[in-house]
Design a protein around this ligand. Structure first.
Ligand code: BTN
Length: 266
């Protein structure tokens, strides 16, 4: 990679944050984790034009051909591991800011639990947060991996997907999207004050998809229906089950309640 291209990518990041740009890599989350394992934990974005082994949540693959944005922020957050539960909401809101900056109407961009951001009710981004803690259970580092569907989207996903260009008619380059994202996330992280999360929860709730509605919930062990009530104080999703009981969800996926032609719809 030429120095000039590295410098151009570096100029897109907020001051104090490094950028390492790659034409191709396996996974930007893997790169970030490898750097962290070597003790290199200054705030750094790893960005790639394409990934050959992009990873999604729950062991899924993340299709990563050229045209979309693939990036991971490696940083040290001085918080206990337990505070990480609400980080996905902060990152989702930064992704939402980014889509709005790229020309999406604010009403069209919603946050689906736990950390998907939708444009017109279709998934347009993915977030994969990975971390390591030392003996004190304070965080050693966190890797915040983000994929934005700018130019294309997969058509074989569990939940319907879309791209910025399809929804807005506006083309966005990965560099323009990265500049918005790096700024928005930097701004939000600099103001993040866990465990006080009321403001964050309120903002996420206002932008959320499906609250108050009955949805299909899939976890590793079960599939059931429940009404989405809202976030609890630890970052779980409060559910009202059909038998009137309540529980919180900490891992899983939420879908629409009806299937049509293989898609999940409202
Ligand atoms: C999801 O399943 O919704 C999360 C997808 C996360 C994809 C991003 S792309 C950049 C980073 N590198 C990866 O391998 N995954 C994340």
């Amino acid at each position: 990679m030429s120095d000039l291209i590295q410098q151009e990518w570096q100029s897109l990041a907020p001051s104090g944050v490094k950028v390492r740009y790659f034409l191709e890599c396996g996974s930007t989350n893997n790169l970030a984790t490898e750097y962290a394992a070597k003790g290199f934990i200054e705030p750094t974005w790893f960005v790639a034009s394409r990934q050959t082994q992009g990873r999604g949540r729950r062991g899924r693959a993340w299709a990563s051909e050229q045209g979309n944005l693939y990036c991971s922020l490696l940083t040290k957050l001085d918080v206990p591991m337990s505070d990480l539960a609400t980080l996905p909401y902060l990152v989702s809101l930064a992704v939402r800011d980014t889509f709005i900056g790229l020309g999406c109407a604010p009403d069209a961009v919603s946050c689906k639990w736990p950390n998907d951001v939708l444009i017109n009710e279709k998934k347009a981004s993915g977030i994969l947060i990975e971390s390591a803690a030392g003996e004190t259970s304070r965080l050693d580092y966190v890797v915040i991996g983000i994929g934005l569907n700018l130019a294309h989207y997969p058509d074989d996903t569990l939940f319907p997907a879309t791209s910025v260009v399809l929804e807005t008619g506006k083309e966005a380059t990965n560099s323009t999207a990265f500049r918005f994202l790096a700024d928005c996330l930097n701004e939000r992280l600099s103001k993040w004050t866990p465990p006080t999360i009321a403001g964050l929860v309120e903002e996420w709730t206002k932008a959320s998809w499906g609250l108050g509605k009955r949805r299909e919930i899939r976890t590793a062990d079960e599939t059931f229906h429940a009404t989405l009530v809202g976030l609890d104080e630890t970052g779980g999703l409060k559910l009202l089950l059909d038998d009137g009981s309540q529980r919180s969800l900490y891992a899983g996926d939420v879908f629409g309640t009806t299937r049509q032609g293989g898609s999940e719809v409202d």
